[in-house]
Design a protein. Structure first.
Length: 379
């Protein structure tokens, strides 16, 4: 007997995603399909490099020691240049180096350096699905945006300071579907997932032009502003219509049905050009609770979806939403816009940093922290 497929109106709030569909949202899985419409990107697969176990051991260790030989040579890097110490060096002014762990990832250093060269000297890093956004504070601010890396050491420092990147290394979390956000699994399980560094050409992003788009059952239902500030220039009807038209065309012409492995439920992030008449893909995410629904809620997206698909007998054309529904922060008093706390505040500081910051100005603290990091590389 044939199994009846659910009608549109019976679709649950969240689709059930298979591990294969979630894998299809990895950058390495979609990059070749969308290469013309995404910033240039290098993928470093730790299995191919042959240093996956050593990398995970370093990442899991409690210390903040940075792998040897990872600083830019000879140009400047964000991480202060320090003298390298050979294990067992008998240098008279260091006395604790015999006990300090020494991490050595020469092939990975080389692969990152090659990627930096290929991407004009600076990259935006991700590990599997996640960028270390919660660790952005660790690198000194430059005229570029956060997470601007110019050396393997910059990258290591970010990865080591981030909680977010570990989510993409845990198979239970990585493949969770729907509403579940499981506890982290035991460390050995992490060895089973591929580990990929995604090194994207660095783009100086204007956050007002970043949007997240929601696709349910192969219908583009919603678009949300990604940044949480109010922007006057996003308010006019004309601008909003243009944003919807541009994203709808991009999706219909270049995304829909182009990468069947990800299925019919996903979200994609775009970056619009200054004229708002073209856009690049920044990322693709699974359609599930752990993907931030930003100015929508998932039940709201579900209701937009069901109303848009309802038969004419059940809804007046006036009540039927016009898709995609665009949400931007529409006043400076919007609850999302008035959040005083910095984004990812809860993830910001490892305990040792909080301790180190006591009684210091931000500048003194930054110097002290960089000093400690530099010492971490030699001790
Ligand atoms: N190539 C890039 N250059 C500079 N900044 C970037 C680049 N790609 C992304 N960003 C910035 O970093 C933010 C996060 O990027 P991205 O979506 O790739 O990370 P993510 O970890 O997948 O985020 P999320 O958890 O929200 O899905 C973007 O909103 C954008 O502001
Ligand atoms: Mg993402």
């Amino acid at each position: 007997m044939p199994i009846p497929t659910p009608t549109m109106a019976e679709q649950p709030i969240f689709p059930t995603l298979t591990p294969a569909q979630i894998d299809a949202t990895r950058t390495s899985a979609w990059l070749s399909t969308f290469e013309e419409i995404t910033p240039k990107t290098s993928i470093v697969d730790l299995d191919n490099v042959g240093e996956k176990d050593a990398f995970l051991e370093w990442l899991d260790a409690d210390s903040i020691f940075i792998p040897r030989d990872s600083q830019t040579q000879p140009g400047p890097s964000h991480v202060p240049r320090v003298e390298e110490v050979e294990p067992g060096d008998d240098d008279s002014d260091t006395d604790s180096d015999s006990e300090a762990p020494v991490y050595h990832l020469p092939k990975l250093n080389e692969a990152i350096r090659q990627a930096l060269k290929d991407r004009n000297g600076s990259v935006f890093p991700k590990l599997n699905w996640s960028a270390p956004k919660d660790a952005a504070f660790i690198l000194p601010q430059t005229s570029h945006g956060p997470l601007h890396c110019t050396s393997p050491a910059d990258l290591y420092l970010l990865l080591k300071s981030s909680d977010f990147v570990s989510h993409g290394l845990d198979p239970v979390r990585a493949y969770a579907s729907g509403e579940s956000i499981p506890e982290e699994s035991a460390e050995p399980e992490r060895r089973s997932l591929p580990v990929e560094l995604v090194l994207k050409e660095y783009v100086d992003v204007n956050p007002s032009r970043e949007m997240r788009c929601f696709v349910r059952n192969n219908v583009l239902i919603g678009i949300s502003q990604r940044d949480s500030n109010f922007y006057d220039h996003l308010q006019s009807e004309e601008t909003r219509a243009r944003i919807c038209d541009t994203i709808r065309s991009l999706w219909e012409d270049e995304i829909r049905d182009q990468h069947p492995a990800m299925g019919v439920d996903y979200t994609f992030d775009v970056y619009l050009n200054p004229k708002l008449d073209d856009a690049l893909i920044i990322d693709i995410n699974p359609y599930r609770l752990s993907t931030d629904s930003l100015l929508f809620s998932y039940p709201e997206l579900h209701s937009i979806f069901t109303q848009s698909q309802a038969p004419v007998s059940e809804i007046t054309e006036q009540d039927r939403p016009r898709l995609p529904v665009l949400k931007v922060i529409d006043s400076a008093a919007h609850p999302e816009a008035s959040r005083a706390a910095p984004a990812y505040g809860g993830n910001m500081m490892p305990l040792e940093m909080i301790e180190m910051s006591q009684g210091r100005s931000m500048e003194e603290f930054r110097d002290a922290w960089q000093d400690a990091v530099a010492r971490g590389m030699t001790e």
